[in-house]
Design a protein around this ligand. Structure first.
Ligand code: 6R9
Length: 635
């Protein structure tokens, strides 16, 4: 028997040791006993971090939707697979059973086939948090099409670059989306994005808000009539273990987003196994992850991980503040949620509204509380633990990335003793390493360095779509034979890990990864802007917020600064989306630079964070005099 479900600490250590000593045997046992294969693998693992080339379960054939849907039909046909809670609390929730999910995914898959979508084609999904988002994703997987879900809060320009980068031939969207009191014209954004995308021949539109939208003749079609005609049977495509399952874009340190490619077998095994253990999922639990399926957290822990375990997964369309800040707690009470997984930024925003609102609801069904997306600060951790968990539901602070596909460092609830702000121990099969500035591994405990992973795990991204060289440079070139995460971390006296934050040009705002480069590119498009630099600074709710330093061209000097600020934020909203707007914009005469002309963001970051007495040596700068001027005019 393999150790699919870990129940106590001794077992964790024992299984962890086995997963490190004999990784191939270990993963082969998990894969063999808990998943459905059309054909078993010839080789469990082949890897070379210098190329880098990573292959898990080579030779195996499968379809992930048979694992997430079909195999449950015998025993769980009438169990709720997806529990949809609409934006409007007065609209009834929908319980989609495994049988209904099967039929709806098959119908959708047949529609895609009719539209000419074939195995290996890329399909862009730009749909709000409604059941069709999960169903479209699974329908792609059913026929072997590669889904590229784009978060439906991204702008037309961001959507365009993602559709274009992976040559999607079809876009699935909706007439609009509801978010709290607002509705958003998603189809309008798609139309704008597609003005320059000649490759997209078909747009399928889900009706959600019943708005009066323009349908482009020959390109746009309403989805429902097509679904109504489609068969509820669809034979799943046979996929090779290493066939791509999806592309998901994440920000990098250049303007171009990175399309991380995840493949079929390894991703399935790891997302399912981590889900089972990190959430200690039991058959009748109701699990809720508040992320959007447009992020990796939604892919792995709303869709694939839960469904592969035959779980009930809640899909919430709305926002935590509508109709009031009690909405999350109301949903937990209403659906008797047992595992709740959210982000520190949401916890901080809700904590601000006090405990009274929380106390109106019965949260006694909760067993596990999860946190993801950014470091959770001590205050938020305690509020979550005391007010939401009533000190009886362990908090799992789960560290991982789009690139890792699944949770990498986390306590296992009721197994690993927790410690505020610590992600604690590596998950089974994960071999972290902390590196110093000279590329040496820091051994032993009580050390702090850059977080790397020494050995492959099944769900690691295999490449960047269309740019393997960038994949190699970003993740495998900083340290020899290691995957470099971009994060800093420390290991305490007992070997627990605490993530200290990014060490590169990625800033995490409200749990969203934002590269500084694309934001600066957007600002620099403004005709009055000469140059700009973005840094993060601590923010009560968002964790980090964005501070922009902007130098103006002569034509900008006489302009009203507040108007300029508005115009700059509008540009950012148009190019990237409102999540990347700057909290503060300071106009300065110059930006501190090295002699080779690189902007010294480190100094700007310290100024923005009010650490003026800790700027380090600035005498080597090309223009040390600007620093004083920037400090004087700090916002
Ligand atoms: C899953 C996800 C990845 C980056 C990652 C790190 C930060 C995520 C964290 C955390 C501290 C945690 N991060 N979880 N930092 N503690 N529990 O968020 O993926 O959007 O790709 O972000 O988020 O900096 O490198 P992604």
């Amino acid at each position: 028997m393999s150790n699919y479900h870990i129940k106590h600490l001794e077992e964790y250590y024992q299984v962890y040791r086995k997963s490190i000593r004999e990784p191939e045997n270990f993963w082969a046992e998990i894969a063999e006993e808990h998943f459905l294969w059309r054909k078993k693998w010839d080789k469990v693992l082949e890897w070379d971090f210098t190329k880098p080339a990573i292959k898990w379960f080579q030779g195996a054939q499968l379809n992930i939707t048979e694992n997430c849907i079909d195999r449950h039909l015998g025993t769980r046909a009438n169990k709720t697979a997806i529990l949809f809670e609409p934006n409007n609390p007065d609209e009834p929730a929908q319980h989609i059973t495994y049988k209904q999910l099967s039929e709806r995914v098959n119908q959708f898959a047949n529609v895609l086939k009719e539209q000419g979508v074939k195995k290996g084609d890329r399909v862009c999904i730009y749909v709000p948090m409604i059941p069709e988002l999960a169903i479209a994703t699974l329908a792609c997987a059913r026929i072997g099409a590669i889904h590229s879900v784009v978060f439906a809060g991204f702008s037309a320009a961001a959507l365009f670059s993602r559709i274009n980068d992976s040559d999607c031939k079809i876009v699935i969207t909706s007439d609009g989306s509801f978010r709290g009191k607002k509705s958003i014209d998603l189809k309008g954004i798609v139309d704008e994005a597609l003005e320059d995308c000649a490759g997209v021949k078909t747009v399928l539109v889900v009706k959600r808000i019943n708005s009066d939208i323009h349908m482009k003749e020959g390109r746009d079609q309403w989805l429902q009539p097509l679904l109504d005609k489609a068969s509820k049977e669809c034979v799943a495509e046979t996929m090779e273990a290493e066939d791509p399952l999806f592309i998901l874009y994440t920000s990098g340190s250049t303007g171009k987003p990175k399309g991380m490619v995840h493949t079929t077998a390894g991703y399935m095994v790891y997302s399912a196994y981590t889900f089972k253990n990190a959430f200690q999922y039991q058959e009748n639990d109701v699990y809720w992850c508040t992320a959007d399926i447009g992020w990796i957290t939604g892919h792995s822990y709303i869709v694939y991980g839960p469904l592969a375990n035959g779980a009930t997964t809640v899909l919430f369309e709305g926002v935590p503040s509508y109709p009031d800040f009690g909405r999350f707690w109301e949903i937990i009470q209403k659906h008797k949620v047992t595992q709740f997984y959210t982000a520190p930024t949401a916890i901080r925003a809700l904590a601000k509204h006090g405990t009274e609102l929380v106390d109106q609801y019965d949260l006694s069904t909760l067993k596990v509380l999860g946190s993801v997306g950014e470091p959770i600060n001590e205050e938020a951790w305690h509020w979550y633990n005391d007010t939401i968990g009533k000190k009886k539901s362990p908090i799992i602070d789960t560290w991982w990335q789009t690139e890792t596909g699944g949770i990498m460092i986390t306590p296992i609830p009721y197994v690993t003793p927790t410690k505020p702000t610590y992600a604690t121990l590596p998950f089974i099969g994960v071999q972290p390493a902390l590196m110093d500035e000279n590329g040496q591994e820091l051994k032993g405990n009580q050390v702090e360095g850059r977080l790397c992973i020494k050995f492959p795990w099944p769900s690691m991204a295999r490449t960047i779509w269309g740019n393997h060289q960038r994949y190699k440079e970003t993740y495998f070139s900083a340290y020899e034979n290691m995957y470099f995460t971009g994060d800093g971390a420390l290991r305490d006296e007992v070997g627990y890990y605490r993530i200290t934050g990014r060490v590169d040009d990625v800033i995490i705002v409200s749990g969203h990864n934002l590269g500084t480069a694309p934001i600066e590119d957007a600002i620099n498009e403004h005709p009055a802007v000469a140059e700009s630099a973005i840094v993060g600074f601590p923010h009560d709710i968002k964790g980090s917020a964005l501070y922009g330093y902007v130098t103006l061209k002569d034509i900008g000097e006489s302009r009203d600064h507040n108007n300029l600020r508005k115009e700059i934020n509008q540009l950012i909203t148009d190019r990237i989306g409102p999540i990347a707007k700057l909290d503060k914009i300071q106009f300065s005469e110059g930006l501190p630079k090295t002699r080779s002309g690189k902007i010294m963001r480190r100094i700007l970051r310290k100024i923005a964070s009010n650490e003026m007495d800790n700027l380090g040596d600035i005498s080597t700068l090309l223009n040390p005099e600007v620093v004083e001027n920037i400090i004087e005019n700090k916002l």
